[in-house]
Design a protein around this ligand. Structure first.
Ligand code: 2AM
Length: 183
């Protein structure tokens, strides 16, 4: 099954971002916005994982979560990956989050799951372009957004079923969650 590992903002932080993006979300045909209920910070995309590797990585992720404490974070402003992905920036304990992401990726590799080598860039994806799109106006429109502080205190393993969610989007199902910093 197709899996990824993430932390998620609490409902109040999601609501702020939902309000801040409301006008933009209705405006554009070019962008496919992800559902606010599904907004998350991906730490590692594991791709298709078989049962055996999944069982192995579940054990390792539990141990990784225990070794890392909660992270105090906030979301603010926006950025883009080229002409394809619009995201909001992550502030606060990003070094901690980076170390957590590194542990998660190491856990996946030890379970023989291929994960990308590119450095982790903390972000929360808001929308993807249907083709190439000029994302600069959206980035500018969100430049004044500054969300409240929140604590990422759980690590989640999520099953993503492409096309199984509303409007042809992916359906996300939480498979496992671990408290950070607790064994
Ligand atoms: P991102 O939006 O933060 O990049 C589930 O598909 C999640 O896995 C996405 O939200 C995406 O996180 C992340 N992801 C990273 N690489 C991916 C890839 N090659 N294909 C699909 N999703 C990927």
């Amino acid at each position: 099954m197709r899996l990824f590992v993430a932390v998620t903002p609490p409902p109040d932080a999601i609501d702020e971002l939902r309000s801040a993006t409301a006008a933009l979300r209705t405006g554009s045909e070019q962008l496919r916005w992800s559902a606010p209920e599904q907004w998350h910070l991906t730490l590692a995309f594991l791709g298709e994982v078989d049962d055996r590797a999944r069982q192995d990585v579940v054990e390792r992720l539990g141990r990784a979560a225990a070794r890392h404490g909660p992270c105090t974070l906030s979301l603010a402003g926006a950025g883009r990956f080229g002409q394809r992905v619009l995201w909001t920036r992550v502030h606060g304990d990003v070094d901690r989050l980076r170390r957590l992401a590194a542990s998660v990726r190491a856990a996946a590799r030890r379970s023989r799951i291929a994960v990308e080598d590119r450095p982790y860039r903390p972000h929360l994806t808001l929308a993807r372009a249907r083709g190439d799109a000029d994302l600069r106006p959206a980035v500018a429109a969100l430049s004044g957004f500054a969300g409240r502080e929140w604590t990422a205190d759980e690590l989640h393993l999520v099953h993503s079923r492409l096309g199984a969610g509303p409007d042809g989007r992916a359906h996300h199902e939480l498979l496992r969650s671990w408290s950070l910093g607790r064994s």
